[in-house]
Design a protein around this ligand. Structure first.
Ligand code: HEC
Length: 390
């Protein structure tokens, strides 16, 4: 019965040399579960006891990295996906701005995990009881003795042999240390838990009923009841009664250059085409030409209108006059319209207008090919093996 509750056999020594020697011998004898208690740190004890490096560093590493990865992705998600929001003109996913917080959270989660891990994993929290508490042994080793204790949990533990062994090492006193009574955590008793739950239900329920049903008080109404104007509603605050304000006259959107020749028949400066006639641009121009221009000017810009006289047909765009027009002039006509032709400024964005002009140039060139164009076509034919003219 007694051995069943025996936690360990403890021995006291008088000098640091003896305790170092004892730790060495106990380790060499093959005991794994033993501990040494000294009134002050004794140099070389780690080595004598055969202690490796503490494992707490792994907990720090794991939680530090987890915190870093979590907060980095979290910031990326909030700032770039969930609620994209321009801050100081930076890109949404601006990782240099995330570095300080990532660093802080790494340190915070690493250090909290270290403390909690140390208490919970290595010190057996919530248990505050160690078997050596209240023993004479502990009183001695916290004044001027050096103690070693070998736990009964060791595989080859034999009480008598251990006592003999410790005495042979020069122990001055031997003490048996017994397991403490099983701890009870009063806070976890069902009665107390039920009591806590009842208090929680009664206070929250009582508050809810009193404020909402008896007194009709809406808790926290500061945001609802502030004075404000809703969009598109009336207001007495402004003299015109509109809650929403118009932009100041002449306001220009950020990054937008207004067309300088609005309403003029001729651009008085050379407007140059900012696009290169690449395949993509020409394909875009073709699509937009067929959508917006071909009904009046014909699919090949030859004036072959599809409108059957319902609208004055657009002239051919293959005349020498229009071949001679600069890109800027055609741009101006699309933008402002000309006589019977309406403005297409609202239907066709600026880049697409230039792409249409590039495509018109292709159509014009196709009507008046140069000798070099034929050479290029036969070259293409050879390369692709197809009749590229069709
Ligand atoms: C609703 C029919 C209609 C559509 C659509 C239309 N145009 Fe016109 N376009 C006309 C008419 C009509 C004229 C002749 C205007 C005039 O008398 O000056 C014209 C004139 C022109 C001129 C000037 C011709 C000249 O002799 O000065 C150009 C260039 C031109 N259009 C290009 C385009 C382009 C590019 C598109 C597509 C974005 C387009 N048009 C769409 C009806 C149209």
């Amino acid at each position: 019965m007694e051995t069943k509750n025996l936690h360990s056999v403890a021995a006291l020594f008088d000098t640091p040399e003896k305790i170092i020697n004892a730790a060495n011998k106990v380790k060499d004898a093959g005991y794994k579960k033993f501990d040494v208690n000294t009134p002050y740190p004794v140099h070389g004890m780690d080595k004598a006891m055969g202690l490796g490096q503490s494992k707490i560093g792994w907990i720090t590493l794991f939680f530090g990295f987890s915190g870093a990865i979590f907060i980095f992705l979290f910031m990326g998600w909030t700032m770039a996906m969930n609620y994209p929001y321009v801050v100081g003109g930076k890109p949404f996913f601006s990782f240099p701005a995330f570095i300080p917080i990532t660093f802080e959270v790494t340190v915070l989660s690493g250090s909290i995990a270290t403390i909690v891990g140390m208490l919970a994993v290595f010190f057996n929290l919530p248990s505050l009881n160690d078997p050596i508490q209240d023993s004479d042994y502990l009183k001695q080793v916290s004044t001027d003795k050096f103690g070693i204790l070998i736990q009964a949990a060791n595989e080859k533990f034999d009480k008598e042999k251990v006592v003999e062994f410790l005495k042979s090492l020069g122990a001055s006193t031997i003490e048996y240390i017994y397991e403490p009574e099983k701890e009870e955590f009063k806070i976890l008793q069902p009665k107390f838990m039920v009591f806590l739950a009842l208090v929680a239900i009664l206070t929250s329920g009582g508050t809810y009923v009193t404020l909402n049903k008896l007194m009709y008080v809406i808790p926290f109404n500061w945001m609802d009841r502030q004075s404000k104007s809703n969009p598109q509603s009336e207001t007495t605050f402004f003299h015109d009664g509109f809650a929403m304000r118009m932009p100041v006259k002449g306001t220009i959107a950020k990054g937008f250059m207004p067309y300088p020749y609005q309403g003029q028949a001729q651009p008085n400066e050379v407007l140059s085409n900012p696009t290169l006639p690449t395949k993509e641009i020409l394909e875009l121009g073709q699509r937009k030409f067929l959508t917006f221009c071909s009904p009046c000017h014909g699919n090949y810009a030859d004036g072959n209108s599809r409108l059957r006289g319902q609208f004055p047909p657009g002239p051919t765009l293959h005349s020498d006059k229009i071949i001679g027009y600069s890109d800027g002039m055609i741009y101006n006509i699309i933008t402002n319209g000309q006589n019977a032709m309406p403005s297409y400024a609202y239907q066709i964005p600026r880049e697409q207008r230039w792409a249409i002009i590039d495509y018109i140039r292709v159509l014009q060139r196709a009507q008046n090919p140069k000798p070099s164009d034929f050479q290029a076509i036969s070259q293409l034919k050879k390369e692709s093996g197809k009749n590229v003219v069709n």
